[in-house]
Write a protein that binds this ligand. Structure first.
Ligand code: CDP
Length: 792
């Protein structure tokens, strides 16, 4: 179905550019010719390895590096004390905390960076780590988030002046009094304790960097696994005191980000320090265990959810209290005004009277993080909470979960809809999406089958979930990361022969931007997408912008790409008026050419215009040569995609093993640019969701040892554990996005865990199970069946 012409007709419903065009980047990926950070080889390059703390909480008594320094292949050994002399031992995190680059006083989580070695090769660097002798004085660790604030808990962050407890931040949203009043008069109040366990984004490529400092011209080039090259560059400039124009951050092919590659990790800074001190290129590439134990985890929310409703199932109010485990340093990346990310959308897709949330975040002796793993800043947790709670209500009222949702949906005429926590949902039409999901899955037949099976003692569950996401951060007035406004630049240049290059500030990690952004420009300019090159991931070659996470690429940079193309088209129109010797008002645009109104034969193509723009002939007065434009797009609002997911599971009553038999996902992400890519994004996200619901959890023993430090212990789903995904879609365009598109990259990760858990709990109804916490491993399910469900 690869089309080479600008023919959108084969696309789904409200189409944009070339429908299911195959991905431009795939010839390079399927041939193994991607160029990742670890593929970077520079003359004289040295290798860096990091010594990590074996303990979760301990005072550093002494550090002896003499044997490592004597290793014949070792060029440099650096400790926290050495960094402290240069004022580089601590760095800011992307959420207004500080984090140790290398520990100086104490170690605060197992796997924390303590020293680094630079050697001639990777093996020697690793060997030399063994030669560093560190004496630790063990301290009691804080592992359980529930006891982190008890008065006798050891204080983890004694580096912060005056800190006398493990309190990280408090956050509140909604109206407590109004919510309490509704709860006081409600017929029904349901409540449940719900845990979203700590999980890890676990991208296929781990994190790493190659730093190359050229002392002659004072230029630092950094290849790094980052989802936000521009933001990182600015922070390096501020922290290291290097001039920003002398820093070039290159984020080449990235093997999956999922939020894991948003934070700045100590390893990146160590590579820079190594190169600055040695004047040679230095490579750092972490291994799988380092990635799992020391880079940004996700979730880790202990939540209490409450719903007030009428006895016939009208939801009146939602109240929640959250205890958030942020690990040893608050290493999440969240817009400054939103320390709890976008958790404020916990009111979900329902029209209610009041809502309130109170959150307490604490430090524990665990890896820092709270990153938004395939989710727009904590929306995954919010959606899980509300969708689990709605099912708890359905359980208590003995109502059908689809009917209960339908009864409470925000109605189409209520959009734009302002939630009780202040979010303005741009557009939505929920009922058709829910209905389509029930039709695709054959909901009524499934319920009939379930009734038959229950009568025979078989365990079959049908799980329903509905979500509304908020994706595409800014606008800049509301959202900034450390003062950097969340807007995106975009530049477009059309060459004389009509080929074009579009330069983006966002950075793909596998989502297919080289294809879809070319499609957006192709739609606007009528140039075949094959003729449009997409450049991204290099601060020297692209305009400033805040990067790719929280599904913000399409809502923000996608809008920028459409608008910059329209700017080019406006200029092209003036040039065309000169070529056709008519006024601009007499020209009409039709896919790739301007013609004189009423005379389609008098026309010039965009390619003709591009040549004229660069040619010798005169251009209309006031028009400069060339055909290019640039913009910085500041989104008016977030976009709010939605979706209805239905999961069918079978549980073996003898072993408590859950099998996901079917999964139907109906997504509405507004205008769909490339349906094939969207389906791929949804398939990946659903797989993530099944993983979180059934098998993934980063756990710790009582000493703070991480028990999930390898992919043998930290299970991630494979093709064996997931069904053939069944997808559908509805289209409710965003009213403020120039092409009506909303983000989609993370929808499935957000929407699928509650669908799976709701299915498992539904299957266990004969055992009177009302809730069980993820991951629903066989032992957890077994415990739930035996009435002893315990939080992790
Ligand atoms: O920011 P990120 O790229 O992770 O997420 P996204 O903006 O949701 O886009 C993921 C991929 O799906 C990109 O290649 C988009 O262009 C594509 N997409 C699409 O084809 N149509 C949409 N309405 C939304 C995304």
């Amino acid at each position: 179905q690869h089309s080479t012409v600008t023919d959108f007709e084969d696309n789904d419903r409200k189409p944009v550019g070339h429908g299911r065009m195959l991905r431009k980047e795939d010839p390079r990926f399927v041939r193994g010719k991607g160029r990742y950070v670890d593929d970077v080889q520079l003359p004289g390059m040295l290798h860096l390895a990091i010594l990590r703390s074996p303990m979760a909480h301990a005072r550093i008594v002494s550090v002896d590096t003499s044997l490592a320094e004597a290793h014949p292949k070792v060029k440099l050994v650096v400790t926290g004390a050495m960094l402290a002399e240069k004022n580089l031992a601590w760095m800011p995190t992307l959420s207004n905390d500080v984090q140790a680059v290398l520990a100086t006083d104490k170690v605060r989580f197992q796997g924390q960076e303590v020293a680094f070695v630079v050697a001639e090769d990777r093996y020697a660097a690793r060997d030399a780590l063994e030669l560093i002798d560190i004496e630790y004085e063990p301290l009691d660790p804080v592992v359980d988030v529930r006891t982190a604030l008890s008065p006798d808990a050891p204080v983890i962050r004694d580096d912060i002046e005056g800190k006398s407890d493990n309190h990280c931040f408090d956050w509140e949203t909604g109206d407590a009094d109004a919510t309490d009043a509704v709860f006081a008069r409600a017929d029904v109040v349901v409540s449940e304790d719900i845990v979203y366990p700590r999980v890890h984004p676990a991208p296929m490529e781990t994190c790493g960097a190659v730093a190359d400092y050229d002392a002659v011209d004072g230029r630092l080039t950094l290849w790094s696994t980052t989802q936000a090259p521009h933001a990182h560059r600015t922070l390096y400039a501020i922290v290291a005191g290097l001039p920003e124009h002398k820093i070039r951050v290159i984020s080449p092919d990235i093997g999956g980000g999922f939020g894991n590659k948003v934070p700045i990790y100590p390893g990146y800074v160590c590579a820079i320090v190594g190169s600055l001190l040695l004047g040679k290129p230095v490579k750092w590439m972490e291994d799988r265990s380092e990635n799992l134990t020391s880079t940004g985890f996700a979730r880790d929310y202990v939540m209490r959810g409450e719903i007030a409703a009428t006895s016939d199932g009208r939801i009146l109010a939602i109240r929640t209290h959250v205890l958030a485990d942020h690990g040893a340093f608050n290493g999440t990346a969240a817009p400054v005004k939103y320390p709890a990310g976008f958790f404020g959308v916990f009111t979900g897709s329902y029209d209610i009277e009041a809502a309130h949330c109170k959150m307490t975040a604490v430090y524990t002796n665990k890896a820092p993080g709270g990153v938004a793993y395939a989710c727009s800043f904590r929306i995954t947790e919010a959606v899980y909470l509300v969708e689990r709670m709605v099912n708890v209500l359905a359980y208590d009222l003995d109502m059908d979960p689809v009917a209960l949702r339908m009864k409470n949906f925000i109605r189409p005429e209520q959009f734009p809809y302002k939630t009780k926590t202040g979010w303005v949902y741009d557009s939505g039409d929920y009922e058709p999406t829910m209905k389509l999901a029930t039709e695709l899955v054959g909901y009524d037949q499934l319920r009939a089958e379930q009734a038959e099976k229950r009568a025979r003692g078989e365990l079959m569950g049908i799980g329903v979930a509905f979500f509304t996401e908020a994706v595409g951060a800014g606008p800049r007035k509301d959202m900034d990361i450390l003062g950097l406004g969340m807007a995106d630049g975009c530049e477009l240049r059309v060459h004389p022969t009509g080929k074009a290059v579009v330069r983006l500030s966002v950075q793909s990690q596998g989502q297919g931007h080289e294809t879809t952004f070319a499609q957006i420009v192709a739609e606007e300019l009528g140039i075949p997408p094959e003729d449009i090159d997409v450049v991204h991931g290099d601060t020297d070659q692209t305009p400033f912008g805040l990067g790719t996470y929280g599904s913000r690429s399409t809502p923000v940079s996608g809008a920028a790409a459409a608008l910059v193309a329209r700017k080019v088209r406006d200029k092209a129109k003036i040039i065309a008026s000169g070529m056709l010797e008519v006024s601009v008002a007499d020209l009409e645009w039709s896919k790739g050419s301007f013609h004189v109104t009423g005379d389609p034969t008098a026309s010039v193509t965009i390619q003709d215009i591009a040549m004229r723009a660069h040619g010798a002939a005169d251009l209309p007065e006031g028009i400069e040569g060339g055909l290019e434009a640039q913009i910085c797009y500041n989104p008016e609002n977030l976009t709010y995609p939605h979706g209805a997911y239905i999961c069918v599971v079978d549980i073996d009553p003898g072993t408590a093993v859950v099998k996901v038999r079917r999964f139907v996902a109906v997504d509405d992400c507004g205008t769909r640019i490339n349906p094939m890519i969207i389906e791929g994004q949804v398939h990946g996200g659903l797989t993530d969701g099944v993983g979180m619901a059934l098998m993934e959890m980063i756990s710790f023993d009582e000493d703070g040892n991480c028990l999930g430090g390898s992919l043998m212990d930290y299970l991630i789903p494979t093709a064996l554990e997931v069904p053939d995904w069944e997808t559908g879609f509805t289209v409710t365009p965003s009213p403020h996005h120039p092409i009506g598109a909303k983000g989609v990259g993370e929808s499935a990760t957000v929407g699928s865990p509650p669908a799976v858990v709701n299915a498992v709990v539904d299957a266990l109804k004969p055992y009177n199970v009302r809730h069980a916490d993820m991951p629903l491993t066989p032992s957890r399910v077994w415990e739930a069946m035996n009435g002893q469900a315990t939080p992790p």
